[in-house]
Design a protein around this ligand. Structure first.
Ligand code: NAG
Ligand code: NAG
Ligand code: NAG
Ligand code: NAG
Ligand code: NAG
Length: 413
């Protein structure tokens, strides 16, 4: 999925640019801290002035905990100093456990599996603001998988973040009843078959959802997705415009008639996942067959993310890059890019290459984080909504698990 990684990083000038940019970001963050502590109002005027769009909010939720300064395109939040900031996982102290009744298995899990993420990813403790434009059911989630991943990666995402998603597809070539596999006939099970799964799968999803879907989100079966964070990335986009939205850019060539290089494009990492707007899908749909049959050199370049972005480019659409899409696990991202970079955005939406075991843990970690934030905000409306959704998904999973698991026989003594 990221063929040109070495090329991208060996490009010295882009590395230098990156360093300069992170230097500027660092300076800006320092200024932010200095200003926001001493002169909150002055600072808000500054960020309104440069049209800083990240902290927009819909003022109707929590007037008692946040006050809003409304600019024309921009609402800027002022943090109240009275918010609680308890973190169920990160503040856990095993030597001073006030809930003595907590069972020992969970105690160990909390400390040894969940707690380590507190030192890796950002841990906002309050002031949750939901996505304003789109809800989860506006998005069709498309996952590419293969038979060898059914019982590990695919089940792990089915049981974790994807369990709270309405419209979801696994595209593959072999049916498997525990998973909602949409079979792509004759796609095969090698790496190149991703292409056929991709364009036929897109056609199937489009046919089924074109009347209602606002965005399509494409990812692999080892991508962790924080759906509430992901939806916020769409706040400043409009699904009626032709858009490709993702992050973590790589570069690759595009082709015509299988062997003519037409240009080199920058495209969002498919492993970290990316969105296609409804308008983009509508434009691509009639071109998919011809593009893959006549133009794309599948054997030579079996990278579905590159191919789709080249198709979009040929239709005049360039990708929009936003933060939060990480092409590696949280641990690797911290090691490779450093804390400052990883923490430059406090609400990451995807991590790639997450192994099945970590998929469950990361999902649980973020569910607790979400509950912390809603509770600390006294945001009862959303807390109830989220809890009900979670409970419903939990019991649905239990029903699925009951149907698919055979318990060992009880041996008589
Ligand atoms: C804020 O969100 C609520 C629903 O959550 C909606 O009814 C209301 O119109 C929104 N207000 C603004 C100003 O966008
Ligand atoms: C904000 O909106 C008001 C009226 O709606 C307008 O007079 C003013 O110029 C706008 N300010 C900016 C910075 O666009
Ligand atoms: C915040 O706390 C201060 C002092 O504890 C109190 O006077 C003030 O009313 C509180 N504000 C809110 C919004 O609760
Ligand atoms: C135990 O936790 C409570 C509440 O968080 C705190 O007030 C107390 O000081 C802690 N005791 C020790 C010994 O750390
Ligand atoms: C999106 O664009 C369409 C067409 O330009 C427009 O009618 C609609 O109001 C826009 N939606 C939002 C949320 O801006």
């Amino acid at each position: 999925m990221m063929p040109s990684l070495p090329k991208f990083f060996s490009n010295l000038s882009s590395t230098i640019t990156l360093q300069i940019v992170s230097g500027i970001v660092f300076l800006f963050c320092t200024l932010y801290l200095a200003f926001s502590i001493r002169h909150p109002l002055t600072f808000n005027k500054i960020i309104v002035g440069i049209n800083f769009k990240r902290w927009q909010t819909n003022g109707s939720t929590n007037n008692d905990i946040t006050k809003l300064l409304t600019g024309n395109e921009t609402n800027v939040m002022i943090h109240s100093s009275n918010l609680s900031s308890e973190s169920f996982i990160c503040d856990y102290d095993k030597n001073n456990d006030t809930h003595q009744q907590t069972n020992i298995v969970f105690k160990n899990h909390r400390l040894n599996a969940l707690r380590p993420y507190c030192d890796i990813v950002p841990t906002p403790r309050n002031t949750w603001i939901s996505a304003k434009q789109y809800v989860e059911s506006d998005i069709v989630f498309i996952i590419y998988t293969g038979a060898s991943f059914y019982q590990n990666r695919a089940i792990a995402i089915r049981d974790s973040w994807l369990s709270r998603v309405t419209h979801k597809y696994f595209f593959s070539s072999i049916p498997y009843s525990p998973l909602p596999i949409t079979v792509i006939e004759g796609a095969g099970e090698n790496y190149m078959s991703n292409m056929k799964k991709l364009y036929q799968g897109m056609q199937i999803a489009y046919q089924k959802h074109k009347a209602t879907a606002k965005f399509y989100f494409l990812a692999g079966c080892d991508t962790f997705v924080n759906v509430p964070h992901l939806l916020k990335r769409l706040d400043y986009f409009n699904h009626t415009e032709a858009l490709v939205i993702g992050g973590n850019p790589f570069v690759h060539s595009c082709f015509r008639q299988k062997n003519q290089v037409v240009q080199t494009i920058s495209y969002p990492s498919g492993g970290a996942g990316f969105f296609l707007s409804a308008a983009m899908m509508e434009m691509m749909y009639p071109k998919l067959d011809s593009f893959f049959q006549n133009h794309w050199p599948t054997e030579k370049v079996p990278y579905s993310d590159v191919a789709l972005n080249c198709l979009a480019y040929s239709l005049g659409v360039q990708p929009s890059f936003v933060p939060g899409f990480w092409a590696f696990t949280p641990e690797q991202t911290l090691n490779n890019q450093g804390r400052l970079k990883l923490h430059s955005d406090s609400e990451p939406n995807t991590f790639h290459y997450v192994p099945p075991k970590s998929m469950y843990i990361l999902d649980e970690f973020y569910v607790f984080q979400h509950v912390d934030r809603l509770a600390n905000d006294n945001n009862l409306n959303e807390l109830v909504k989220f809890t009900r959704q979670f409970v419903a998904a939990h019991y649905e999973l239990l029903r699925i698990k009951t149907a698919e698991c055979t318990l060992p026989p009880v041996k008589s003594t």
